[in-house]
Design a protein around this ligand. Structure first.
Ligand code: ADP
Ligand code: ASP
Ligand code: MG
Length: 435
């Protein structure tokens, strides 16, 4: 694909062409995304602009950027100073401003380098989402609007993380959502590749900042990365990988500060399952467990509880209900993202009287530690080894759940990093060559 792209001078002429030519041009565009640490200050934005300039040798470039450094955290803090329970619509409006700063600055730096670049918000390029705030999903992207923005530009810089409803309200896609913006734009353009530039060399067997022995993976399957990302590996947004899998877009995770490094390729990876039982360990400290106690054990109750949470768009995980010593009663326990904890408790407490349940208890001092691997299915020795190593290291397991590609243990938050370290070591994840 790269080889067939015209030089940047040639591409400028094509860009000014007819609709038919524009459709052909769409296939030549590179979509690249830079995260918050890559655009933390003007110096880094200038460095990003140099990478973009190099990428222009292959054709027009669509750049997606996140907010500068910790801007989104800062904006959330401000919102909570303004209100103990910020209105979700207003919060989205506020958060979207973070990316609007970085897109304009990058476009200015590029223009200063005599590159025809313009910045665009999600509403300007037509990234439409559900009418949901804080974790909206993209439902439609207007390809023609996107292409039109290339008519007078060699580079367009699009704000990540944000969207717009058909009613014109600003939405955001959830923390880390700029990755999803990039993949969705690549999909809308019918591209087969998308590069995500970040502050590490690629995807490792564990967070390299917590486990320095973690190994860089040259290649990994969509399925494994979806699990890793859902289970807390911050390196990429899970929905970005789901979209890439759906549209068969090859993702490359690479380091902004070592742009020559090949990074990690995420693709279908069919042949990888054969030789890799486990691929990595992920930790999610942003979790809380919630239990609704002594719920009447009758048909329909679980549905009612889950519906109340679904109505509030609260995502829950590790749902557990088991044998209970008192006939006719049961406990229902699950985990939620800590940012949804207050709303979850509120929704459940409103139901307890009507359901005849005893009450709601929670634990916000927990973390999920997960072992991920496509080759784990049907191998009970993996679970045995995992639980044994935690036990040997005096790490108590509070909850367990598993599926074909992962095993998750809830442990005390203070023990999460130690748990990840001993698991990583027990499975020899740092020892492998050429994975
Ligand atoms: P960006 O600002 O570029 O979006 P993020 O901070 O969202 O970057 O994600 C990059 C970070 O993800 C890394 O700095 C690293 O600490 C963390 N991380 C967690 N798990 C992994 C992993 N398995 N491989 C690589 N990085 C990981
Ligand atoms: N700026 C947003 C965040 O910090 C989105 C992103 O960085 O991907 O979550
Ligand atoms: Mg990120």
């Amino acid at each position: 694909m790269t080889d067939s792209k015209p030089s940047s001078n040639h591409s400028i002429k094509i860009i000014a062409g007819s609709d038919k030519i524009m459709r052909r041009v769409s296939k030549l565009i590179s979509v690249v995304k830079f995260g918050g640490s890559s655009v933390k200050n003007i110096g880094r934005i200038q460095h990003v602009a140099e990478i973009v300039k190099t990428r222009m040798e292959d054709g027009p470039v669509l750049v997606v950027v996140s907010a500068m450094g910790d801007t989104t955290d800062y904006l959330i803090k401000l919102a909570h100073q303004a209100s103990s329970k910020p209105d979700q619509r207003e919060l989205d409006h506020l958060l979207a401003t973070g990316e609007q700063i970085s897109i304009t600055l990058l476009a200015m730096v590029l223009r200063n380098m005599n590159i025809k670049a313009s910045s665009y918000t999600a509403s300007q390029v037509g990234i439409f989402t559900e009418n949901v705030h804080n974790k909206a999903r993209i439902v439609d992207i207007r390809k023609q609007t996107l292409l039109d923005s290339f008519r007078d530009n060699e580079v367009i810089v699009v704000a990540g993380f944000q969207g717009v409803t058909t009613g014109g309200d600003v939405t955001t896609l959830g923390r880390g959502g700029s990755d999803t913006t990039a993949v969705a734009l690549a999909a809308a353009l019918g591209l087969i590749e998308c590069d995500i530039y970040t502050d590490v060399d690629g995807i490792y067997t564990a967070d390299p900042r917590v486990i320095p022995e973690a190994k860089l993976l040259e290649r990994i399957s969509y399925d494994e990365v979806v699990e890793m990302a859902r289970l807390g590996a911050q390196v990429i947004h899970p929905r970005a990988v789901e979209l890439a899998r759906q549209y068969e877009i090859k993702l490359r995770i690479r380091n902004t500060f070592k742009p020559e490094h090949t990074g990690t390729v995420i693709d279908g990876g069919e042949d990888m399952e054969v030789y890799r039982t486990v691929s990595g360990v992920a930790v999610d400290k942003d979790q809380s467990s919630v239990c609704i106690m002594d719920v009447p054990d009758v048909p329909g109750i679980a549905g009612e509880i889950m519906q109340a949470l679904a109505d509030k768009n609260i995502v829950i995980d590790m749902i557990m209900q088991a044998l209970y010593p008192t006939a006719g009663l049961n406990n229902m326990t699950f985990t939620v993202n800590s940012s949804d904890l207050d709303e979850t408790i509120d929704a459940l407490e409103k139901m307890t009287g009507r359901l005849g349940a005893k009450g709601v208890i929670f634990d916000s001092d927990i973390a999920k530690v997960s072992l991920i691997g496509s080759g784990m299915a049907g191998q009970p020795a993996v679970a045995a080894k995992l639980f044994t190593v935690l036990g040997k290291n005096k790490i108590n397991i509070k909850m367990i759940s598993g599926s074909e590609k992962k095993l998750t243990c809830v442990v005390a938050a203070s023990q999460a990093d130690a748990a990840a370290r001993v698991i990583h070591e027990a499975f020899g994840l740092g020892d492998r060559e050429g994975t």
